[in-house]
Design a protein around this ligand. Structure first.
Ligand SMILES: [Zn+2]
Length: 146
């Protein structure tokens, strides 16, 4: 086993759909690059705060989901069921001793991790969608159930 999920990653998988959690737990063991899950299930309030980024708050726009009219897959009720489960995670590569959010190599490493996660999920028969395949917004840290 090359890597394993950190406590931070495991804590952020609390409330994430078991299929997605299963893929992440399998993918980390032989990932080409270590990664840390920084976000899983979000409350409406947390989604609204992220939506405000690049609009009423500083930062880059990272989501088109306002949390009320447009739900994010990070929110429990996005799938129409109030089952306490979110269907998305955000992760970043971990290298040079830390979680790398803004390193010049972050995107390249995320691409390697995404290819590996897609392969792992396909082998498990679980459909995964990667935010790096989107254009608006381009969201390479984001993975959700398909
Ligand atoms: Zn996300």
């Amino acid at each position: 086993m090359k890597y394993q999920l950190s406590k931070r990653s495991l804590d952020n998988l609390e409330g994430v759909h078991p299929d997605l959690a299963k893929v992440m737990k399998a993918a980390i063991t032989n990932s080409p690059v270590d990664f840390t899950i920084v976000c899983g299930l979000r409350t409406t309030k947390q989604q609204q705060e992220i939506f405000a980024q690049g609009r009423t708050k500083p930062g880059l726009k990272v989501t088109n989901a306002d949390g009320v009219k447009n739900l994010s897959n990070h929110q429990d009720e996005a799938d129409g069921k109030r089952d306490g489960l979110g269907a998305a995670v955000d992760l970043y590569p971990f290298f040079l001793g830390k979680v790398q959010v803004n390193h010049i190599d972050t995107i390249a490493r995320l691409k390697e991790i995404a290819a590996h996660i897609k392969k792992t999920a396909a082998a498990m028969g679980i459909k995964i969608i990667w935010g790096g395949d989107w254009r608006k917004p381009y969201d390479p840290p984001h993975f959700q159930l398909g």
